[in-house]
Design a binder for this molecule. Structure first.
Ligand code: AMP
Ligand code: ZN
Length: 433
């Protein structure tokens, strides 16, 4: 698909290096002059703007963490006055108290540009009708996609979340070609459609899903594509960075991170050391052009890899791989690290299982117990105790072999686990209650 901004998206790497360095230097001077918080942090770390001479010098800058955004008074953190702010947003509170972020007009413009480039890379254009089924409001998903799609010139259906039957009716009635929502919600819509006798392929023009805001797997991708006939595109962002920012292109092999706006690093979350290309670690992001709230070496807590190789699509910008977990959602069960995404990966390999599952962690005596509840597909739900037991054992041993952990598996009836219109909550950790 033609790039939205060919000059930038296809820019040779050496030119991008220069552009990025220029913006990094300018940012550091701005921080030093206009952010009291960052000025003090840089002084404490013994770094002055003059120390930033190469892109690698970025590692001299102190990290920022979610706690900073939550705890530093706004008048110290924000670099502009209220007069220049055009909007506030807040995080969804995935991991605690929401963090508030402000935007200037330029911040909103750059954000929309990033999303517009991503949507174009995902194959969308002016002829597309995008139903935005992320929440509109303080959460960045709804308005982020909305502004990006309008910038692209697509037509937006600002559906927000909820009321699945109405969502389906809109998709059908308006000839919607793409939907932006969480992957779990698209699967849910597919289920509701099935119940009312609607077939996505036959009855709709829906061909693309722009799916993010929560972890999902390759297994889920192939299922959705197969079942719904929708090309499932990953999109990533966090409210601290702006909101949804980077999409996969039609190659579906990582999300293009625009270097003119962003400096992306992967670090070892324990030592804080920067890792090499392709190595898995914690994502650290610097937003080079943000005016209202500085985002400098922000530790996202998300774990992924970054691929620096040029993409098949011709875009020269690095690609962020699928988020495989969080530094802080990692469950430690009987001394073993377990990521919910790994359990999902194992479950999705089994054609008998449905899409919904729940991980329950309990402490029985001194030991942790892991229970994995998973829905069966309606056609696999049969009244044959021996067969069910055999399937249960198969999944238990797959989990044991892949994760080196003993889990109790419970196969439950279709449509019995809770559904979520926003982010799915897969883990019930009773150990902390
Ligand atoms: P929020 O600040 O509420 O937008 O939440 C941002 C967090 O959602 C990120 O730090 C990730 O942990 C998660 N997230 C967003 N997009 C994705 C994605 N495509 N895959 C996995 N996790 C995601
Ligand atoms: Zn590409």
């Amino acid at each position: 698909m033609t790039p939205w901004n060919p000059k930038i998206e296809l820019m040779p790497k050496e030119e991008l290096d220069k552009l990025q360095l220029k913006s990094l230097k300018a940012l550091v001077y701005r921080l030093y002059d206009f952010s009291r918080f960052y000025h003090d942090r840089m002084d404490a770390a013994g770094v002055s703007p003059l120390d930033i001479r190469t892109l690698d010098d970025a590692t001299k800058l102190p990290f920022m963490v979610k706690k900073d955004l939550r705890e530093i008074p706004m008048d110290q953190l924000f670099m502009v006055s209220n007069r220049e702010l055009v909007r506030f947003h807040a995080s969804s509170g995935t991991t605690g108290v929401p963090t508030i972020v402000g935007y200037t007009q330029n911040d909103v413009t750059n954000w929309s540009e990033s999303v517009a480039r991503g949507l174009a890379a995902a194959g969308l254009g002016q002829d597309d009708i995008l139903q935005v089924a992320y929440t509109y409001g303080l959460f960045t998903g709804g308005l982020g996609l909305h502004y990006g799609a309008e910038r692209l010139g697509a037509t937006v259906v600002p559906a927000s979340t909820g009321n699945s039957e109405r969502q389906l009716d809109m998709i059908k009635r308006l000839g919607v070609t793409a939907i932006a929502c969480t992957p779990s919600y698209l699967m849910h819509l597919g289920e509701v459609a099935g119940k009312i006798g609607m077939d996505f392929r036959r009855d709709t023009k829906l061909r693309t899903g722009i799916l993010g805001a929560e972890p999902w797997s390759e297994g889920m991708r192939s299922r959705m594509e197969e079942k719904l006939g929708v090309k499932a595109i990953n999109i990533y962002g966090t409210s601290e960075l702006s909101g949804p920012l980077w999409c996969e292109c039609t190659e579906q092999d990582g999300m293009h991170v625009w270097r003119d706006q962003t400096l992306i690093e992967v670090i070892d979350s324990k030592s804080g050391e920067r890792l090499g290309p392709g190595e898995k670690g914690e994502l650290v992001i610097t937003m080079l052009l943000k005016e209202a709230v500085p985002i400098v070496r922000y530790r996202t807590g998300d774990i992924a890899t970054v691929d620096e190789e040029e993409c098949e699509c011709g875009r020269t910008h690095p690609r962020l791989g699928r988020i495989t977990g969080r530094v802080d959602d990692m469950l430690i069960i009987r001394g073993i690290n377990v990521f919910p995404s790994q359990i999902e990966y194992v479950l999705m390999q089994n054609p008998e299982l449905g899409n919904e599952f729940q991980i329950v962690v309990e402490r029985k005596g001194a030991l942790d117990d892991l229970l994995v509840k998973v829905e069966l597909k309606p056609e696999s739900f049969i009244d044959n105790v021996a067969k069910m037991e055999c399937l249960r054992e198969k999944i238990t041993s797959k989990i044991r072999n892949t994760l080196s952990i003993a889990a109790e598996v419970e196969l439950v009836e279709p449509n019995t686990l809770p559904r979520f219109e926003g982010k799915a909550k897969r883990v019930v950790d009773r150990r902390r209650l």
